[in-house]
Each structure stands twice: as structure tokens, then as C-alpha cells.
Design a binder for this molecule. Structure first.
Ligand code: FE
Ligand code: FE
Ligand code: ZN
Length: 302
């Protein structure tokens, strides 16, 4: 099982990400090259990257399974503000370069939000931008994430994802990142994952799936909410998620947890704990731990 979580990139860059990953008992990870909610980016240190590669090698982490996530504020769907739209394209071109500097093969991207535009105009804007970003000289594959359909988000149906892929010229540089919470919220029943994969295969082709975000959801199928829940503590439930992880058709695809930290709603904001070490342990064991939250709190409090 290739499993990891969202980790931070931080001041030391990739080394910090690898160390955090090892602390979770994971064998892969996903990071943002800076804060997910802004586009301020620092130069990447060659030295720190080399140190990270050494650490990965020592611990059997394959860089081919590592995922970079583009910041979620870039929006390729809306071009009403020309300057903003062009900035998003330039930013993502640079993000691809950063991935290449780091040796990372996959860049996950939220397709975007139409904000007042017709859905197909929005999709065409995304496709146009993707063809500016995805050029024959790049080594990175851009993965379109399946969205929950919150607000005016596009890319929440397989038909929309297909529409985008069809319009991208270089098919070997485009792919898909499934997100189990988003799929549920978009209206796909994850309890029949086999049927979902059949549909995906028929419409798009399973070969395009290169990453899966494994999250439980706080809301019902089709709610269009996008609120992630800890594994086994949401509407999908432990068995449905375990079943997705065990699916042979996606065996070699990196699985990335983006579940919420524990204590986020507590008063003391200094005491929030990452759930990943415990969720990964639980998923590897294949057995639900109803005391997960308490276990996490007592582990980190000491
Ligand atoms: Fe995402
Ligand atoms: Fe996600
Ligand atoms: Zn989400």
C-alpha cells in the first residue's frame, strides 16, 4: 500500500516534509510548495533537496509517488479579470518548474470555479490555460482533482473532467486525482466503488488516475459541501474507505490523507494534533479504532 498524507513543506523545504512523513509511518506524501491559500513562494534550496533525496532513499520513499498540490486560490476557470487569469497561468508554469527542481512527477490542481460564468465557458477557460501550462518540454503530469461542487466549482462530475481531458492536447501530461470526500459530496456513492470505477473506465479511462485523496466526509452523498472527516468518523465509514484502499485496480496509486487535525474546534488553538500516524496505522491494520481521537490526544499531549 502506497499511503501518506498532506505534510508541510516549511522553511527547510522537502527535508521537513520527509521527516514529517517518516513520523507518520507513511511511505509517500503530498505537500504545497508554500501556503495553500497564497501564491508567495521562496527559492528552492538545492542542498536541502539533496538532503531530502538521501533521506527518502534510506527510507524507501519513491519520489515517483510524491505529490505536489497547487495552491487552491489559483482559478483557471474565470477570465473576467485578465490580469488575474494570466497570473494564474504564469504561477502554475512556475509551479511546474518547482516540481521539476524537486523531482516531483505529479501536480494536483483544482480545476476552478466559474464565479458567474457559464459552466462551459469556465471549462473552456480551464482547457485553454492547461494547454498554455502543459507543453511538450515539461516532465510533470498535471492531475485534475475531482471536486465536491461547492459554490460554483467545476470538475465535480466525471463528464466535466472528461470534457477537460478531451481538450488537453498532450494526453500523457494530464491525469486525474480522485478525492473520496469530494466524490461523495458531488453525488457518487463510494459504497459501490467498483461501479464507480466501471463508470470512470468507460468514460475517461482508469489509466488517467494517478493519485487518490482518502478522506471521510462530514456530509451526505450529493451535499456539495466539501468538509473532510477523519477516517471512519464520517458518512463513508471505515469499511467503505478500506474497500477503496484494497481495490486491486488502484493498487499502485498513491493514497493521500487530507483529514482534519484533532482539536481544531477546541478553544486552545495551540493544541491541534495531526491524525495521520494513527489513521495510517488503523488502515494498515484494517480494523476501525473507535478511540482514535482519544489515542491521538494522549499521544501528543505527552
Ligand atoms: Fe485538493
Ligand atoms: Fe483533496
Ligand atoms: Zn476538499
Amino acid at each position: 500500500m502506497i499511503i501518506g498524507s498532506h505534510v508541510s513543506f516549511g522553511a527547510s523545504g522537502l527535508v521537513g516534509s520527509v521527516k514529517e512523513t517518516l513520523g507518520y509511518g507513511a511511505n509517500t506524501f503530498m505537500f504545497y510548495t508554500g501556503a495553500p491559500q497564497n501564491t508567495i513562494r521562496k527559492e528552492i534550496s538545492k542542498e536541502k533537496t539533496e538532503e531530502a533525496f538521501k533521506l527518502m532513499k534510506e527510507n524507501n520513499i519513491n519520489i515517483d509517488n510524491v505529490i505536489c498540490h497547487a495552491p487552491y486560490i489559483v482559478n483557471l476557470a474565470n477570465n473576467k479579470d485578465d490580469q488575474k487569469y494570466n497570473f494564474s497561468i504564469t504561477f502554475l508554469k512556475n509551479e511546474v518548474k518547482r516540481c521539476e527542481e524537486l523531482g516531483v512527477k505529479y501536480l494536483v490542481l483544482h480545476p476552478g470555479s466559474s464565479v458567474g460564468l457559464d459552466k462551459f465557458v469556465a471549462l473552456d477557460n480551464i482547457a485553454f490555460a492547461l494547454n498554455k501550462i502543459i507543453t511538450s518540454d515539461i516532465k510533470v503530469r498535471v492531475l485534475l482533482e475531482t471536486m465536491a461542487g461547492k459554490g460554483s466549482e467545476v470538475g465535480s462530475t466525471l463528464e466535466e473532467i472528461k470534457y477537460l481531458i478531451d481538450k488537453v492536447n498532450l494526453k500523457d501530461k494530464i491525469g486525474v486525482c480522485l478525492d473520496t470526500c469530494h466524490l461523495n459530496d458531488a453525488g457518487y456513492d463510494m459504497s459501490d466503488f467498483e461501479a464507480f470505477l466501471d463508470k470512470f473506465e468507460e468514460l475517461i479511462g482508469l489509466k488517467y488516475i494517478k493519485c487518490i485523496h482518502i478522506n471521510d466526509s462530514k456530509n451526505a452523498v450529493g451535499s456539495h459541501k466539501d468538509r473532510h472527516a477523519n477516517i471512519g468518523f464520517g458518512t463513508l465509514g471505515f469499511l467503505v474507505i478500506k474497500n477503496i484502499l484494497d481495490n486491486k485496480r488502484l493498487e499502485n496509486i498513491p493514497k493521500i490523507l487530507e483529514t482534519p487535525y484533532i482539536g481544531e474546534n477546541d478553544e486552545d488553538k495551540n493544541r491541534i494534533y495531526p491524525p495521520y500516524k494513527f489513521e495510517i496505522e488503523m488502515l494498515k491494520k484494517g480494523e476501525f479504532n473507535p478511540h482514535l481521537m482519544e489515542d491521538i490526544r494522549s499521544f501528543y499531549k505527552n
